[in-house]
Write a protein that binds this ligand. Structure first.
Ligand SMILES: Cc1ncc(COP(=O)(O)O)c(C=O)c1O
Ligand SMILES: N[C@@H](CCOP(=O)(O)O)C(=O)O
Length: 471
C-alpha cells in the first residue's frame, strides 16, 4: 500500500528491522501506574485493561532509546521524510523505533499515512484572530480522510503479525465508531485481508462516512443506539469472541497517533509551538499529542512542551464540565446531544483518565463551542481557502474564544489540529450555506445565486455582487 512505489515482498524484506540489535522494545503497563508496580504484558497479548480494570499504556524501554541523543533521533527521522523505502516513507513508521520497535517490516500494513501538511493559515490568522503565526495540521488529508489512519496502521499491523505468526486466534477486528475509526479500520483490514466488523450508531454519522466501511467490505452493524452504546457493546463482544478491539482504548492506536505531534515539531525544524488545539471526543488523541511531545522532550529533541487545548462541542462536553469543576470532583459522563460535529458526539469517553493526565501535565485548557460557533468557525476557515470538518470548527472556535479572552496572544505560535476531511461533512456545509439550519443565522453563508440564462440578467448580478464590491 505504498503511495508512491509498490512495496513488493522483496522490498519489504530487505529492510529487516535493526531494533533488536539495540534492544528497543515496548510492553503494556497500567496507565499512570505507581512506580513500584511490576504489572506488564507483552504487546502480543490480547488485553485492553489492567488487573484493576484501568487503562493500559504502551511503555517503551526509554533507557534503550536514550542510548542515542536527541540529535541522532532528529537526523534519523528527518532522513526518512518523503522516501519510498518500506516502511519508513510513512509518517508513522518513519518513527518505528518509538512506535512498535519489535514488529518485522514485512508485517506492517501501511498506506504511507502521516507526513500531512502543516498549513500556514495566513488569511484566517490575520483576518479572524489577528495572528501571524497560526498553523493548521491537516491530519484529515489522509488515506481514509481522518487522523485515525495514524493509529490504525499500527493496530492492524500488530493484528497482522499475530495472525501471520499464528500467535493468537484473531478472526477479525472490531470497533464502535462515529464514522472515522470505522473507515480507517475497514480500509487497513481490507488491505491486509483481515475481516473488519464495525458498530455504528444508526442515523448519527454522515453518508460519506457510512459508505466507507461498506465499500471496503467490512461487516457493518447499524445499531439503534448512540456511540456510547456501541462502545459498550463492542467491549462486551470483544471480551467474548476472538475479535480484536480497535478503538483507542487499545493503547496501540495512541502509538501511531502520537507521531502527529512529533511531525509538528519536525515541520517547525524542532521548534516547539506555544499552543496546540485538538478537538476531543473519545479523548485518545489529546493524550496521543501529549505523549508524542513528552517523548520528544524526554529524549532530548526539544526542551519544553506546548500547552494543549482540548476543544469539545457544547452538546457533547463531559471533559469541559469536568475541567470547569476544577478536576476535583468525580468525572460524570453525559448523554451527548446531536451536534454537527457528529464525530465527537460522545458522552462517556474511554480515555478520560488519559486526557486529564495530559492536560494537567502541560498546563492545558478545555474549551467548548456551541453549534453556531463551530459552524461559523468552520465556514470562516473555508472562506480563507481551507475545507475543514465541523470537528476542526470546534477547535477553531476554541482558538477564537481564547484569543478574545487574551489567553492566546497575537504573537503566540499556535497549531490547530484538523482531524477529518471536510468532504466527509458536505451535508452540514450544504445546510449552513443554504441557511436551512433552524435558529442559526449562518452569517458566513454563501448560497448560489439563481440567475436566468440571459446576458442582461447575468450582467446585473455581476454588477451588484462583484463589481460594486471592488469599488
Ligand atoms: C474527525 C474527528 N475529530 C476528532 C475526534 C476526537 O478524537 P478523540 O476521540 O481521540 O478525542 C474524532 C473521534 O472521536 C474524530 O473522528
Ligand atoms: N471519532 C471516533 C470515535 C471513536 O474513537 P476511537 O479513537 O476510540 O476509536 C470515530 O471515528 O469512531
Amino acid at each position: 500500500m505504498s503511495s508512491s512505489q509498490p512495496a513488493d515482498e522483496a522490498n519489504r524484506s530487505q529492510h529487516i528491522t535493526y531494533s533488536n540489535i539495540y534492544g528497543f522494545s515496548a510492553k503494556y503497563v497500567p496507565f499512570n501506574a505507581d512506580p513500584s508496580s511490576t504489572e506488564s504484558y507483552s504487546l502480543d497479548e490480547i488485553i485492553y485493561t489492567s488487573a484493576s480494570g484501568g487503562l493500559l499504556d504502551v511503555q517503551h524501554d526509554m533507557e534503550a532509546l536514550k542510548k542515542f541523543d536527541g540529535q541522532y533521533w532528529k537526523s534519523l527521522f528527518d532522513s526518512r521524510i518523503g522516501k519510498t523505502t518500506w516502511p519508513y516513507g510513512s509518517g508513522v513508521w518513519s518513527k518505528k523505533e518509538w512506535v512498535l520497535p519489535e514488529i518485522d517490516s514485512e508485517h506492517i500494513v501501511s498506506a504511507f499515512e502521516g507526513n500531512s501538511n502543516l498549513f500556514w493559515a495566513e488569511r484566517f490568522g490575520k483576518t479572524v484572530v489577528g495572528m501571524n503565526d497560526l498553523w493548521v495540521k491537516q491530519c484529515g488529508i489522509s488515506h481514509t480522510g481522518s487522523f485515525k489512519d495514524l493509529g490504525m496502521t499500527v493496530l492492524v499491523s500488530q493484528v497482522n503479525r499475530l495472525r501471520k505468526l499464528g500467535k493468537k486466534p484473531v478472526v477479525g477486528v472490531g470497533c464502535a465508531s462515529t464514522g472515522d475509526t470505522s473507515a480507517a479500520l475497514s480500509a487497513y483490514c481490507a488491505a491486509a485481508g483481515i475481516p473488519a466488523i464495525v458498530f455504528l450508531p444508526a442515523n448519527k454519522i454522515s453518508m460519506a462516512q457510512l459508505v466507507q466501511p461498506i465499500a471496503n467490505g467490512a461487516k457493518v452493524l447499524s445499531l439503534d443506539t448512540d456511540f456510547d452504546g456501541c462502545m459498550q457493546l463492542i467491549r462486551e463482544v470483544t471480551a467474548e469472541l476472538p475479535i480484536y478491539l480497535a478503538n483507542s482504548l487499545n493503547g496501540l492506536r495512541i502509538e501511531g497517533q502520537k507521531t502527529a505531534a512529533i511531525e509538528i515539531l519536525q515541520q517547525f525544524d524542532w521548534q516547539v509551538p506555544d499552543w496546540v488545539i485538538v478537538p476531543g471526543g473519545n479523548l485518545g488523541n489529546i493524550y496521543a499529542f501529549y505523549k508524542g511531545f513528552h517523548m520528544c522532550k524526554e529524549l532530548g529533541l526539544v526542551d519544553r512542551l506546548p500547552r494543549l487545548v482540548c476543544a469539545q462541542a457544547a452538546n457533547a462536553n463531559p471533559l469541559y464540565l469536568h475541567y470547569k469543576s476544577g478536576w476535583d470532583s468525580e468525572f460524570k459522563p453525559v448523554r451527548a446531544k446531536t451536534t454537527f460535529a457528529s464525530a465527537i458526539q460522545i458522552g462517556d469517553p474511554v480515555s478520560i483518565d488519559r486526557a486529564v493526565f495530559a492536560l494537567k501535565n502541560c498546563d492545558g485548557i478545555v474549551e467548548e463551542a456551541t453549534e453556531e460557533e463551530l459552524m461559523d468557525a468552520m465556514s470562516q476557515a473555508d472562506l480563507t481557502g481551507m475545507f475543514v470538518c465541523p470537528q476542526t470548527g470546534v477547535a477553531l472556535s476554541a482558538l477564537i474564544k481564547l484569543r478574545n479572552k487574551g489567553v492566546i496572544a497575537a504573537t503566540d505560535r499556535t497549531v490547530v489540529v484538523s482531524t477529518a476531511h471536510g468532504l466527509k461533512f458536505a451535508q452540514a456545509k450544504i445546510d449552513y450555506h443554504s441557511k436551512a439550519i433552524p435558529d442559526m443565522a449562518s452569517q458566513f453563508a454563501n448560497p448560489p445565486i439563481e440567475v436566468k440564462a440571459k446576458l442582461a440578467a447575468v450582467m446585473d448580478v455581476l454588477q451588484n455582487e462583484v463589481l460594486s464590491d471592488s469599488n
